[in-house]
Design a protein. Structure first.
Length: 401
């Protein structure tokens, strides 16, 4: 018998700048998770012994984030020894994969209650620090068509005929929407302030939003990936001979920021909710994983969303709100064009261009934001989606209950 999977809680840390000067630089990723575990138990009143599994995404499971941080962080937080845990890696879709797998466990009765989410401390463990063969082994990189993600975004923008002005406009809108959402405390329910060892608050809000950003400032920024193009443009052109020249259009503002953050959802069936007195926020209706062109890399969100909706006999017209990770401005522009969407229902509270993309944690943040915004607006159906390295993409459909 298949059971419904409900989201009973969805929390996250603030996003701190992923630099040496970032506010969360001094906080270990395992400590970010420990404070979320504490908040989760305080909010829900659950006994951690009730949790059947912990699944956490992490894109760069190395150094401070290595050694199955899902299990070790639970031990560090004082959770019972018998609660299992696993770290999941599907590149930028890692938290989505953790959450969707948790929903599968619940739906088939493998566990009544699962904690899922992700973590990424990009100030302490930089992207690509794990030296994976995909990018660090030149023979593997050549055979698989690896290019830097920024160059892939520029190639996608070129192939789609996008202008620098459109990409800048999307970046400006992201910051403006994020600033308004923060001012109106739309993230207030989900965000758990982080404290240091002395109990002093370190960060309580997303740190990289620039409310004062203007179109004029954006227009004056240089292209970010033109120098990398000298290395990677030939790889793009070998995979796509019709693309005679890559136009390098993205800047640091129209790219996702590197940040530190963690996210955590509590997912369970209806029976455990009744037994423990939990009130669901939403139901996970379906999800889908797809793979697309590994060189352009960022084209999967549209197909993933369609696939996830088709599994529950829905179409794009049934969806009230979308969250598409701002893995560069071109990703969002192509996603909206692919599904014929108005930008008014996509990323209504801003996205990664303003608040950053903590890789393995992002899926949990997007779903928490989507669920809270659906509830705030009195809407019902939402889709969150993200592209990932090597052309991967994931989408999840949720319904507010």
């Amino acid at each position: 018998m298949q059971l419904d999977a409900y989201v009973y809680e969805a929390i996250r840390t603030p996003r701190g700048a992923g630099t040496d000067a970032g506010s969360l630089r001094s906080v270990k990723p395992i400590e970010l998770l420990a404070q979320l575990y504490q908040a989760l138990t305080q909010r829900t009143g659950i006994n951690p012994a009730e949790v059947g599994d912990i699944l956490l995404g992490c894109n760069t499971a190395f150094g401070d984030q290595g050694a199955d941080i899902a299990k070790i962080s639970a031990l560090y937080a004082g959770w019972p020894d018998r609660v299992p845990g696993a770290t999941v890696n599907r590149f930028c879709a890692s938290a989505f994969d953790a959450i969707n797998t948790a929903a599968m466990q619940v739906s088939v009765g493998a566990a009544d209650l699962v904690v899922a989410g992700g973590v990424e401390s990009m100030s302490r463990v930089p992207m690509l620090a794990d030296k994976g063969a995909w990018f660090a082994d030149s023979a593997v990189a050549a055979k698989t068509g690896f290019v830097h993600m920024g160059v892939a975004a520029d190639a996608l923008a070129t192939a789609a005929g996008l202008s620098r002005e459109l990409l800048d406009e999307l970046a400006y809108t992201s910051h403006q929407r994020a600033a308004i959402a923060t001012q109106e405390q739309r993230f207030g329910r989900a965000v758990i302030p982080i404290h240091d060892e002395a109990g002093e608050e370190v960060l309580a809000h997303d740190e990289t939003i620039r409310a004062s950003l203007t179109p004029e400032k954006l227009a004056g920024l240089p292209e970010a990936f033109s120098q990398m193009g000298a290395t990677f443009d030939p790889v793009v052109q070998a995979a796509h001979p019709a693309l005679a020249k890559v136009q390098h259009l993205h800047t640091v503002a129209s790219s996702p920021g590197m940040v530190d953050a963690a996210s955590m959802l509590l997912i369970g069936n209806a029976g455990v909710g009744v037994r423990l007195g939990l009130t669901p926020l939403a139901k996970i209706r379906s999800f889908a994983n797809v793979a697309s062109d590994p060189t352009l890399m960022l084209t999967g969100p549209g197909p993933a969303a369609r696939s996830a909706l088709a599994k529950v006999d829905m179409s794009v017209r049934d969806v009230d709100l979308f969250e598409c990770n701002e893995s560069f401005a071109a990703t969002v522009a192509v996603f909206e064009k692919d599904l014929n969407l108005d930008h008014d229902i996509v990323n209504v509270n801003g996205g990664a261009m303003a608040m950053g993309h903590p890789l393995g944690a992002t899926g949990g943040i997007l779903l928490a934001t989507l669920i809270d915004e659906l509830r705030r607006q009195g809407q019902s159906i939402g889709v969150a989606t993200i592209p990932a390295g090597a052309g991967l993409a994931t989408a999840t459909v949720v319904e507010v209950v």
